[in-house]
Design a protein around this ligand. Structure first.
Ligand SMILES: NC(=O)c1ccc[n+]([C@@H]2O[C@H](COP(=O)([O-])OP(=O)(O)OC[C@H]3O[C@@H](n4cnc5c(N)ncnc54)[C@H](OP(=O)(O)O)[C@@H]3O)[C@@H](O)[C@H]2O)c1
Length: 318
């Protein structure tokens, strides 16, 4: 299969063109912001203009002239709500990627698809490897795991990247929720027995665009599944404490104490893995991408003054 297939030749001299699906999401927004600086022409698309659960719309989008690569940053990411809306979660996270992968296969265009640490059940002590068996414990995780399976089934030339605990300037996430709550409340109860790797969406976008650049240049791309997340690990409680410690230099907050609680003391509709720390050495070795310490990325993101989300009570995210 031709990468950046010949049909682009008539576009020679122009930047290769990437379709970014889910362009209004946390990751999609960062990809659109950075795409040009990585030498790409970006076509952003998102709901309602484009619905990944509509196979005809997917086919049309993938067959637009001059397209070289597709990046799927769209998803149903509301972990708790997915428990009561399984049909929608599976339509967006499983069926959508299936339509996309088969259309990309027909059009001979490679695909970068994003998945999650929540495909794992969290019982492993050590960081999860790409080769570890997956066994999701919630609807969101199951729908994403089946989405991975559909992409592998329909398209050889794919890169699946599992990420975790994503936050960014744009969109809904734990960091902005904490900032909002920290403005209103003196104490917060946050789960302290779930371990994971906070990941800044801007870092993930940079890694994805670096891989896209290599897909353009290299002829030996090791297609397959990879892990990418912030370096190091913490708990939601540790994450919240670091958010306030760093954010206090930019703004004033009511928060005085973040109380560590157990998962059992904080029941949510969806179960979450107690350990979803991921080993990212395969991506580092195959694409030469280095990870950034999570606290360092968080400090950089907070220095960009994110707008807090005013919410009632939430402690964990997708
Ligand atoms: N967020 C996390 O903590 C996290 C952790 C691990 C993995 N991930 C994965 O990372 C990727 C990016 O996540 P994110 O946090 O950037 O997600 P996000 O902010 O929720 O963005 C997802 C985007 O997809 C759109 N979308 C929803 N249904 C769609 C449909 N039927 N057709 C087309 N677009 C649709 C959403 O629109 P609406 O907002 O209008 O619904 C939104 O703009 C996803 O694959 C996610 O599963 C995320």
């Amino acid at each position: 299969m031709q990468r950046f297939s010949h049909k682009n030749k008539h576009l020679s001299g122009s930047d290769p063109t990437i379709l970014i699906i889910g362009s209004n999401g946390q990751l999609g927004w960062e990809l659109c912001k950075k795409g040009k600086s990585h030498g790409f022409n970006i076509i952003p698309t998102d709901i309602p203009k484009f619905d990944i659960t509509d196979p005809a719309a997917v086919k049309t989008a993938v067959n637009q002239p001059g397209l070289s690569l597709v990046i799927n940053a769209s998803a149903y990411t509301a972990v708790d709500k997915a428990e009561s809306e399984p049909e929608t979660a599976f339509a967006v996270n499983r069926d959508g990627p299936a339509y996309l992968a088969s259309s990309c296969n027909e059009a001979k265009i490679p695909l970068i698809h994003i998945s999650t640490d929540y495909v794992f059940d969290g019982t492993r002590e050590e960081p999860y490897l790409e080769t570890d068996s997956i066994s999701p414990i919630g609807i969101y995780g199951k729908s994403k795991a089946e989405g991975e399976g559909r992409v592998r089934l329909h398209l050889k030339e794919h890169i699946i990247i599992r990420t975790a605990w994503l936050y960014g300037i744009h969109g809904n996430n734990f960091v902005k929720t904490m900032l909002g709550l920290g403005k209103e409340k003196e104490t917060l109860r946050v789960v302290a027995d779930q371990y994971g790797c906070p990941t800044w969406a801007a870092d993930l976008a940079g890694a994805i665009l670096t891989i896209a650049g290599q897909i353009k240049e290299r002829h030996d791309i090791p297609w397959g599944t990879y892990h990418y997340c912030g370096k190091g690990k913490t708990t939601w409680h540790g994450f919240a404490e670091k958010i306030f410690e760093l954010a206090k230099q930019y703004d004033s907050f009511a928060i005085k104490k973040v109380i560590p609680v157990t998962t059992a003391e904080y029941p949510t509709p969806a179960r979450r893995p107690l350990n979803s720390v991921m080993d990212c050495s395969m991506l580092i070795n195959n694409f030469g991408i280095s990870l950034i310490q999570w606290q360092k990325s968080l400090a950089t993101m907070l220095s960009q003054n994110p707008t807090p989300i005013n919410q009632t009570t939430t402690t964990t995210q997708a």
